[in-house]
Ligand binder design. Structure first.
Ligand code: HPA
Length: 270
């Protein structure tokens, strides 16, 4: 596993001329941040040794290297989901690669369903904690001690300083942000009304099918993490309607500008 990661890193290093400081994972319908990057190199997943290939609609599958808000970044346009059939090791492989490329901060975006009754469709939610409901753990199996400890601490999975910076940027730009707990599960079905209710009772504010594995692996390696979610639908009693992937993409695309601005401005504070 470590050899594979190192081989992939070596390959990528032959294609790039700068060391990325920040890694960004762009979720469903949120690829527009790429337009803000002063792009220096693009590598399609298909050409990267050991990289899985993204299959889901709305995820185009490229590693983008460039400059954003004065920082060298690497952005994943398209991420890997457990529901696509990838193992948790595959889902999180790119995060390990980003760390070994030199990344010192990880920023993750996603689309999620809100279960907090105060939320509205199109809201942004800064993730301040998570509940892992995936049926497989990304750190299951032999620990790669060169990357991190056997029993990683998760007391501050989402970095408090990064959260404070994001809130400051949002306030300065008149952008409303919510803050809350994200429950990650495998999908690909959206939740039944009873499941949304259960998720709320468990203490979460939003639910989605990503992010948690990547954050776990990043924290294993000691990377400070920031994650932000676009609430694309509501799993709130009385407000539950049919959810489609198209609607999720549409709402995400509408809210994307606000999220992009926050991430771009945050770069200056890093
Ligand atoms: N549930 C799970 N994943 C999601 C949802 C949802 O309601 N909305 C967007 N991604």
């Amino acid at each position: 596993m470590l050899e594979e990661i190192k081989n992939t890193v070596s390959y990528i290093q032959t294609k790039i001329s700068c060391i990325p400081e920040v890694g960004i994972i762009l979720g469903t319908g949120l690829g527009g941040l790429v337009k803000e990057i002063n792009i220096k190199h693009v590598i399609t997943y298909g050409e990267i040794p050991n990289f899985p290939v993204s299959t889901v609609e709305g995820h185009s599958g490229k590693l983008i290297f460039g400059e954003l808000g004065g920082k060298n970044v690497v952005a994943m346009q398209g991420r890997f989901h457990f529901y696509e059939g990838y193992s948790m090791k595959q889902v999180t492989f790119p995060v390990r690669v980003m760390k070994l490329l030199g990344v010192q901060t990880l920023i993750v975006s996603n689309a999620s369903g809100g279960v907090n009754a105060d939320f509205e469709i199109g809201d942004l939610m800064i993730i301040n904690d998570h509940i892992n409901f995936f049926p497989e753990h990304p750190l299951n199996g032999k620990n790669i001690v060169e990357l991190g400890p056997r029993f990683p601490d998760m007391s501050q999975a989402y970095d408090k300083t990064l959260i404070a910076n994001a809130k400051k940027v949002a306030a300065a730009n008149n952008i409303k942000v919510q803050e809350g707990i994200y429950l990650g599960l495998s999908g690909p079905t959206f939740e039944t009304p009873a499941e949304y209710r259960m998720i709320k009772i468990l203490g979460a504010d939003a639910v989605g099918m990503s992010t948690v594995p990547e954050i776990i692996v990043a924290r294993h390696m000691g990377l400070p993490c920031f994650a932000i979610s676009i609430i694309t639908d509501l799993g709130v009693d009385g407000k539950i309607v049919e959810v489609t992937h198209e609607e999720v993409q549409e709402v995400a695309a509408q809210a994307e500008k606000k999220m992009t601005l926050i991430i771009k401005e945050m770069m200056k504070e890093l």
